[in-house]
Each structure stands twice: as C-alpha cells, then as structure tokens.
Design a protein around this ligand. Structure first.
Ligand code: AMP
Length: 269
C-alpha cells in the first residue's frame, strides 16, 4: 500500500478505474474495514483516507483527544489489500469556502450545528482532487450519507455515493471509534440502544409514532442514557412521516458516561 501525505501527489496519481475512496478519521475498526473490503471486492483500486477533520468538531467536542492509532491503521489497511492511504497535511482544511448542506437542521445537526458544514466542505475537497468513481460511506452516519448524496446530485459531481450496512459489536452496539472511551462492560450494556430501536421498528404499525417515540425515550432514560434525540422521520428527507413516506428512519443519539453514541434503523414500508 502506498501512503501519500501530500495533496499535490494525490492529485497527480493515475488510479485504475473504477476506483473507490473510503474517507475516515482513523482509529479503524470493523465498520471502517467493511467499507474497504467492499471497495476491494467491487472496484479496481481503493484509496482510504485518514483525516481528523477539525471543521466537523464543535468547540466543546473531542477534537484534541480523538483516538489516534495510525501505525495500527496502516497495518490493518495493508493486510486487507488497500491500494493507497491518503493522510492529508495539517493545513488541508485551511482557506476553504464552507459549504451549506441540506438536511442539516435536524437530528445530529441540531446539537452539532456546524458539524455537517465541516464534513461536506472536506468531502467536497476530497471528491474534487481525487475524483473517485465511487465514495463509500457507512449507514451508521445516516444523515451524513444523505447530505453527501443530495450535494453530489445537486452539484452533478460524477462520483457514486455508496452507503453500506452498519457493523455492530456482539451486543448490538454500532461500532464506533468513540466506543474506545467505554469499557467492555459498558459496550455490552450499550447494546440496549439497538434493542430499543429494533423493538420500536417492530411496533411501527401497532401504535402512533408519537407514543412509540416517548416509550423508547423513557426506556433509554430509565436504563441510564441521556437522550440527545430519538426521532422517527421520513428516511428520504428527514422530515415528518406522511402518507407518502415509503421508508422510515428511526435515529437516536444517546449519551452514556459522557460518550455520545449514534445509531439508526431504516424500515421500508
Ligand atoms: P469516521 O472515521 O467515524 O469518520 O467514519 C468513516 C466512515 O466509516 C463513515 O462513512 C462511517 O459511516 C463509517 N463507519 C463508522 N462506523 C461504522 C460502522 N459501525 N459500520 C459501518 N460503517 C461505519
């Protein structure tokens, strides 16, 4: 695997088409690796990137303490057979025009108001300089992939945005770099978030959505989680469910021992 640390160099490379980009912030786990594996199986070449994007962190968030395991990450990518790893320079996020996302005033965008602006600004830069045939994302960050899909379509960027399934711990907890802040016991306990989403999904036709939402919030609060949000929305545009809705998103952000955990389930109607 070739490790590239300069934007000029990545711009000058000739990748074999079709090639896929997998953007990450590192501290790789099976969730990230599932994207790289998918890339290797379905494209001629795969470029992973590791960049802890300062623009997507709020003032009181964990930018400076975000887990960094670069040599371990390189080894994991190499073992999988990833072709390139791009580690941009520190000034990669400087002097960029901030891009205004759609669908960013709900769910995670409410408590992290500039988060998706930061994500989109950097992803746009990646797409413009690398020009991949596809860019692979995890459905764990449902709102993120929806925002990027809408942007790429609106701007007619010729990259397929491919969204791939959530990889989970045995307990059901969605894998995340932030799970590193939790003990094994905590991770097992936090499986309750996914159980709660599954129960809610199974009850969608049995009770009004407002009732299901309150029941789920109560369940998680009693279990010991602080709830940032739990919403049941139209998965196509994150707005209220209507008679026309054909796909429902049940999304949650719950805080356990100061760790903010997100998860979701999509149900086709
Ligand atoms: P991050 O390093 O958190 O920015 O994540 C990089 C990519 O990996 C994003 O597209 C995430 O949605 C994806 N990802 C993170 N966790 C998981 C997971 N548990 N399952 C699937 N994809 C994931």
């Amino acid at each position: 695997m070739e490790v590239i640390k300069s934007t000029e160099e990545i711009k000058s490379l000739n990748f074999s088409s079709p090639f896929a980009l997998v953007p990450t912030m590192g501290n790789l786990h099976e969730g990230h690796l599932s994207l790289v594996k998918y890339g290797i199986e379905n494209y001629s070449e795969v470029i992973a990137s590791i960049y802890i994007n300062p623009l997507q962190f709020g003032k009181n968030e964990d930018f400076s303490t975000y887990p960094k395991t670069i040599s371990q990450d390189i080894q994991l990518l190499e073992t999988l057979g990833c072709n390139y790893l791009f580690i941009p320079e520190k000034n990669f996020a400087e002097n960029l025009d901030i891009i205004e996302p759609k669908f960013s005033d709900v769910l995670c965008g409410l408590s992290r108001p500039s988060h998706f602006h930061g994500v989109l600004t950097i992803i746009n830069k990646f797409l413009r300089i690398i020009k991949p045939n596809a860019c692979l994302f995890g459905l764990k960050d449902y709102q993120q992939q929806l925002i990027i899909k809408e942007f790429v379509k609106r701007k007619k960027i010729k990259t397929d945005i491919v969204s791939l399934p959530i990889v989970r711990e045995k307990s059901g907890l969605a894998m995340s770099s932030r799970n590193n802040y939790l003990s094994d016991e905590d991770k097992k306990f936090c499986g309750k978030i996914y159980s709660c989403l599954k129960n809610l999904a199974a009850s969608l036709k049995k009770k009004p959505l407002g009732v299901l939402k309150i029941e789920a919030i109560n369940f998680l609060q009693h279990a010991g989680f602080e709830i940032d949000y739990l919403e049941i929305v139209d998965a196509n545009n994150l707005s209220s469910v209507t008679k026309k809705t054909n796909k429902i998103l049940i999304a949650v952000a719950a805080i356990y021992k100061k760790v903010r955990l997100i998860d979701n389930i999509v149900v086709s109607l």
